[in-house]
Design a protein around this ligand. Structure first.
Ligand code: MD3
Ligand code: FE
Length: 222
């Protein structure tokens, strides 16, 4: 229900514009503030995961070190090294299975996908990216998953960042949008293989995450 002032007749859409659905391009929707209420729980989940599988900067097949630090939870984790990109059930640093996916991650991803029109989304992989000031992610496609009919759900926590998404070809000029704490984006259908990335994080302070931005990327890998 919209808050309503019976004296003036005003509808306070302030309160609802907080949480709103913004279609971005065909197949992609931004759910503004969709994760705000659960954010503290999500950050606790990240803390638990990183105590078992610490954040690390992975190497690309081309020999560069990624500027974002990463870890994973759930049955499968995304890894990169000199031999390529892949999903695997164990953390290469410990040889142990990735930590379990916290239930709030799974529930949020399922609810967000469903809000965007993808019912029954059951992620089996959650990549957690941690950006410190200066860290970025160059334009790329997510194509290490088996079934491109499955959407990807991305959750932004902490400091804001300029996200960029292009078309299906690397050279298509990217558009930029600001992704803020609590925003969730669902990418599916014709948007699933769009090029995307994030610009370098600007320094700042967020009450829940301190000086960093986290992004949860929930996927169905197999
Ligand atoms: C558009 N992460 O981990 S999430 C990644 O903010 C990644 O950490 C970024 O791209 C981040 O692969 C962006 C938004 C996102 C995720 C998947 C997509 C956008 C996407 C898949 C297809 C198109
Ligand atoms: Fe990506």
């Amino acid at each position: 229900m919209n808050p309503y002032d019976s004296r003036t007749g005003d509808l306070f859409d302030q309160a609802v514009t907080q949480r709103q659905i913004q279609p971005l391009v065909a197949g992609a929707v931004v759910l503004r503030q969709f994760a705000t209420d659960q954010a503290a729980e999500l950050v606790s989940g990240i803390d638990r995961v990183q105590s078992q599988a610490p954040f690390r900067q992975m190497e690309t097949p081309g020999g560069f070190t990624m500027s974002a630090a990463m870890t994973n939870c759930g049955p499968l984790g995304w890894v990169s090294d000199r031999t390529g990109y892949r999903y695997q059930p164990t953390d290469p640093q410990s040889g142990q299975p990735w930590p379990p996916m916290p239930e709030p991650f799974r529930q949020l991803a399922n609810a967000a996908a469903s809000t965007a029109g993808f019912d029954g989304f059951e992620p089996d992989a959650c990549l957690i990216n941690r950006y410190l000031p200066g860290a970025k992610m160059s334009l790329h496609q997510d194509r290490n998953e088996r079934d491109f009919d499955q959407p990807i759900v991305s959750v932004s926590l902490g400091l804001p960042v300029l996200f960029q998404f292009g078309g299906l070809r690397r050279n298509d000029r990217p558009q930029r949008i600001l992704l803020e704490h609590g925003d969730v984006v669902v990418w599916g259908g014709p948007a699933r293989l769009r090029y995307h990335g994030v610009l370098a994080l600007k320094p700042g302070h967020h009450p829940l995450t301190g000086g960093c931005r986290y992004n949860l990327t929930l996927r169905r890998a197999v």
